[in-house]
Design a protein around this ligand. Sequence first.
Ligand SMILES: C[S@@+](CC[C@H](N)C(=O)[O-])C[C@H]1O[C@@H](n2cnc3c(N)ncnc32)[C@H](O)[C@@H]1O
Length: 206
Amino acid sequence: MDHRLFFPATQRNKIYIGDVLSTLQLKDGFVLEIGSGSGEHGVAFQKRFPEIIWQTSDPELKHRKSIISWIDYEKLNNKMPKPFELDVTKIPWPIPNKLQDTLQVIIAINMIHITPWECTESLFKESGKLLDYGKFLILYGPFKVENKHICESNELFDKSLKIKNSNWGVRNLDEVNKEAMINGYQKKQFIQMPANNFILIYEKIS
Ligand SMILES: C[S@@+](CC[C@H](N)C(=O)[O-])C[C@H]1O[C@@H](n2cnc3c(N)ncnc32)[C@H](O)[C@@H]1O
């Protein structure tokens, strides 16, 4: 059965996100993707970066089924592991040993504004336990700068999120940075991306 899901924004942003990832020159080991959704990013990045192993995860079964279908469709079964169930708030994270040993990056794309704030707290706290010195936590999505929206469309988007769930919302960069700091990360690079998004690259330093 083909369970592939298609997320239009994901197809649009995968090139730009991939371009930023390429600057990190990842050579080997694992990348762990949190909240992988359809799996379109996962297969795109596994094809673009064959030196690394892209490990997807998602708490939702329909997403994990879609990811498996995408892996089949792209004939990446020999390279790419199947997704596993990971809800960032369920601790400890069920991380396979071999992944933990060579983990280079943890990445969450368009996830922290579509989940309650406790997911962001948990993401920083638990990823901080897994990543060694010099490794990266990467977030992609819309953010407020100095607690202000950077454009009207983000403000409208934020309102629409809060109508769906009052605990969701575009996060304030200062608050996100605070979580990073208390969990042993420093800012490596923040890059403004197309469609009023940012990539935040944090480096583990303690
Ligand atoms: C807007 S989708 C983004 C999917 C994908 N990263 C993309 O950009 O296409 C948000 C994703 O976060 C996942 N998610 C929701 N709550 C989560 C949690 N507590 N832990 C981990 N992932 C979660 C959802 O299942 C969904 O796949």
